[in-house]
Write a protein that binds this ligand. Structure first.
Ligand SMILES: [Zn+2]
Ligand SMILES: [Zn+2]
Length: 329
């Protein structure tokens, strides 16, 4: 099969012909139709995450068809469409796994980071960590739901019912989450890079009530803010814009250092917290929600051989919304 392989940190992915993988016990073999790209892929490339496995096929928003069942798999049947997210497995027996907090498992197997992912024609995934996908989305449109959508959903959950929510950064996750928040009667205030007028226009087009620059003061005090941009200096800015008791959620897997800030910004029970990975429960809840609402995802597609370009375009903010690798059927 053709695959884009990462051999070491900082080098481009290499297009290779490698043997197709075989499913083990409890695993499924998937013919991939689409694999979304994600900012986490850039963190993998840049060596910003601990304990990577090399060589590795990145990519963790996999949409494909089951073509082979490993021993003991009853959750899926041949020919069924499935989705594979970032959390590809966990130990099932540790303190966190037993408390339904498998997103914090020390032995978690992350797709496209510690086990091969979706920038290839085929992959292997654990059946119990893969999801059936809502039928009301084509392959390309459903792919960004598997990480951008899911992480956004988990971050929203952490805002504890906030209605007026600031977004720092407006990429793939934000363009999905704004629709969910609007659907629940909330409002989004988008803080983009300074002078990113196109980004602000896009945020408003997707449903943000207000859009401005990342240094702007919010037009109203916010219940919460979600930081999608991996920029630690946004934390004190976001704290200034949330009201008493407000929650600032850092949604990225990696972030630059948070600068020192006066305690008065955190005072009055403001909270700063992170969001790590996802649980299977998040996936089930979010995909059910997505099946009931038609979430519009804007997805730019690239062929497999152009994966390096797709990642570069993500880094440089070339496309709006999400992007994905689209395989010829
Ligand atoms: Zn565990
Ligand atoms: Zn991701």
């Amino acid at each position: 099969m053709k695959a884009m392989v990462l051999h070491k940190i900082g080098s481009p992915l290499v297009l290779e012909d490698i043997p197709e993988p075989t499913p083990g016990n409890g695993e499924i073999k998937i013919k991939i139709h689409v694999c979304g790209i994600c900012r986490t892929d850039l963190h993998v490339l840049d060596g910003e995450l601990d304990h990577p496995t090399f060589p590795i096929i990145p990519g963790h928003q996999i949409v494909g068809t089951v073509v082979e069942l490993g021993v003991g798999v009853t959750r899926f049947s041949l020919g069924e469409r499935v989705g594979v997210p970032w959390l590809g497995g966990s130990c099932g027996t540790c303190y966190y796994c037993l408390k339904e907090r498998e997103n914090l498992c020390d032995l978690a197997e992350y797709t496209g980071f510690r086990k091969n992912g979706g920038f290839a024609e085929y992959t292997i995934a654990r059946a119990d960590f893969s999801f059936p996908l809502p039928s009301n989305y084509p392959d390309l449109q459903v792919a960004p739901l598997l990480c951008a959508g899911l992480i956004g959903y988990r971050a929203l959950h952490m805002t504890e019912g906030a209605k007026q929510i600031g977004f720092y950064g407006f990429g793939a996750a934000a363009h999905i989450l704004v629709q969910i928040i609007n659907g629940k009667g909330g409002e989004v205030f988008a803080f983009t890079k300074e002078k990113d007028i196109q980004g602000q226009v896009f945020a408003k087009k997707m449903g943000a009530r207000w859009a401005g620059g990342e240094n702007d003061v919010s037009p109203i005090p916010l219940d919460a803010a979600i930081l999608f941009a991996p920029v630690g200096s946004h934390v004190p800015k976001a704290l200034k814009n949330v009201k008493k008791g407000g929650i600032v959620v850092c949604a990225g897997i990696h972030m630059s250092d948070i600068p020192q800030f006066p305690y008065s910004l955190l005072w009055e029970e403001r909270v700063v917290r992170s969001v790590a990975n996802l649980t299977r429960k998040d996936g089930e809840e979010f995909l059910k929600l997505a099946s009931q609402h038609s979430i519009h995802t804007q997805v730019t597609s690239y062929p497999l051989e152009k994966t390096n370009l797709a990642l570069r375009d993500l880094r440089n903010g070339i496309f709006k919304g999400a992007a994905a690798i689209l395989f010829e059927s």
